[in-house]
Design a protein around this ligand. Structure first.
Ligand code: UDP
Length: 240
């Protein structure tokens, strides 16, 4: 079932079912797309209807953050739980199933470290290719060719939002991977470039605070979250 968060349709799904769905997608014939909007991204989509349509075209759209879950409660259509994109990838890696993955995104040295980390810790998974996320338009056909040549079942795209979603939407027909997933800064976390949020901050729903003290340059992006919550309250009180 989908829940409408200011026009962005989010799947109400448990973490377990999201993982099952990901494996079903990996074994499906048609290319499937996965997006992981958080509150900032939902706010962007609320303002930019073209971007919102892109998100709504995803095969699976998971609520990546407590902000989205809170919004769903304010709007009286509660989502059961947060399903973080990073955790979904981690669960896939930890499931110890043979999956071939192409990593696309983040800085050149960072992606190399993420690839080494996966190779060292998850022997069943095969990294069949990787490419950093800084490229010109002219390079796109070469990148797609490299992805297709690798025959990756799963393509993880970490270019940040909305760049990764727009890329996936524009090129999904030319890409032969079974699943294409937007992963934001997850490649940075796998590389150890950005620290994972400690569990205590997650339990207290203070992930945003931890991210803010670690990466103060995110402040302007994070200011969108209270605005987003206010818009949700306004919608609840006054409708459209
Ligand atoms: N990035 C990229 N190409 C670009 C812009 C950004 O590969 O042209 C990468 C950047 O190096 C980082 C990720 O995209 O790895 C964005 O991370 P951020 O934490 O902003 O994403 P979020 O998880 O918040 O969406």
């Amino acid at each position: 079932m989908k829940v409408n968060i200011l026009g962005t349709m989010i799947d109400n799904i448990s973490k377990e079912n999201a993982l099952k769905t990901l494996f079903n997608f990996i074994n499906s014939e048609k290319t499937q797309t996965i997006y992981t909007p958080n509150a900032e991204i939902c706010m962007e989509a609320y303002k930019d209807k073209t971007f919102q349509q892109v998100l709504n075209g995803g095969s699976l759209v998971i609520p990546d953050g407590q902000g989205v879950v809170l919004a769903s409660k304010i709007l009286k259509t509660p989502l059961d739980e947060k399903v973080a994109g990073f955790k979904l990838i981690l669960s896939l890696l930890e499931s110890n199933k043979p999956v071939s993955i192409y990593l696309f995104g983040s800085k050149p040295d960072v992606i190399k470290r993420a690839v080494s980390f996966i190779k060292k810790n998850y022997s069943k998974v095969t990294i069949v290719g990787y490419r950093n996320g800084y490229f010109s338009d002219e390079e796109i056909p070469l990148i797609i060719n490299d992805i297709n040549k690798s025959k990756a079942q799963l393509l993880l795209v970490g270019l940040g939002a909305p760049k990764q979603e727009l890329f996936i939407h524009q090129y999904k027909e030319s890409i032969t991977s079974n699943v294409i997933m937007g992963v934001g800064g997850s490649i940075d976390v796998l590389a150890g470039e950005v620290k994972r949020v400690p569990e205590i901050f997650v339990k207290l729903s203070l992930e945003w605070f931890y991210r803010l003290i670690k990466q103060p340059k995110r402040l302007s992006r994070m200011l969108k979250i209270p605005v987003f919550i206010c818009v949700c309250y306004k919608k609840r009180l006054f409708g459209n």
